[in-house]
Design a protein around this ligand. Structure first.
Ligand SMILES: CC(C)(COP(=O)(O)OP(=O)(O)OC[C@H]1O[C@@H](n2cnc3c(N)ncnc32)[C@H](O)[C@@H]1OP(=O)(O)O)[C@@H](O)C(=O)NCCC(=O)NCCS
Length: 164
């Protein structure tokens, strides 16, 4: 990570780390599916510790579970000073990726083989998050959130922004 990636505090901007997370998740999903996968949502993204300019990032991604056409990918980001030193776990994220066919429509994904205890634990976590997504949609409505932009027609420039 270089100075170009830094925020005003001199730490690496969260958006730069999100890009790495998204790329790793897309790669893991595509390798499992054998097709292009797009990001449908980020279920959780936690910045546990800052990343500093000069740190090397180690980004690991694994498919935790698959649905019919979607995959949940867990991503772990660690940072290490460029000249060595302790490796710190800085970021954890869970993303839902959707596999697409050649027409850009959701396509079925092959099942996930789960053989180790760690894989079983990750799959369980993914299923809980999927259930929580379903419950959230039932309580709040569909995947489409209310637009967060001001209504251009009201002239005030404020709008409700979908937030109470
Ligand atoms: C993601 C996308 C393909 C889903 O299309 P869709 O017509 O809503 O698809 P479906 O309703 O058939 O759902 C397909 C799967 O995606 C899941 N899904 C769709 N939208 C989702 C969301 N916002 N969050 C989590 N999962 C979602 C569904 O649960 C379903 O999973 P399953 O087949 O495993 O049960 C579509 O919304 C899209 O193209 N979004 C833009 C993606 C993009 O540009 N990403 C950024 C760049 S990679």
């Amino acid at each position: 990570m270089t100075q170009l990636d830094a925020n005003v505090l001199g730490n690496v901007h969260g958006g730069e780390i999100m890009r790495e997370v998204d790329t790793a998740a897309g790669t893991a999903a595509a390798r499992h599916a054998g097709r292009v996968c797009v990001t449908a949502s980020i279920d959780e993204l936690s910045f546990l510790e800052p990343v500093h300019v000069g740190d090397l990032l180690i980004v690991q991604a694994a498919v935790n579970d698959v649905g019919r056409t979607s995959l949940e990918v867990g991503v772990k980001v660690e940072a290490e000073r460029w000249d060595g030193g302790n490796r710190r776990h800085t970021t954890t994220a869970y993303l839902v990726m959707v596999c697409l066919d050649e027409h850009g429509r959701p396509a079925p994904v092959r099942p996930l083989e789960v053989t180790t205890e760690q894989q079983r634990r990750r799959q369980q976590g993914a299923r809980i998050r999927r259930q929580m997504r379903k419950e959230r949609i039932e309580r709040l409505g569909s995947y489409q959130p209310e637009p967060g932009t001001p209504d251009p027609g009201d002239g005030s420039g404020t709008g409700s922004a979908g937030v109470e």
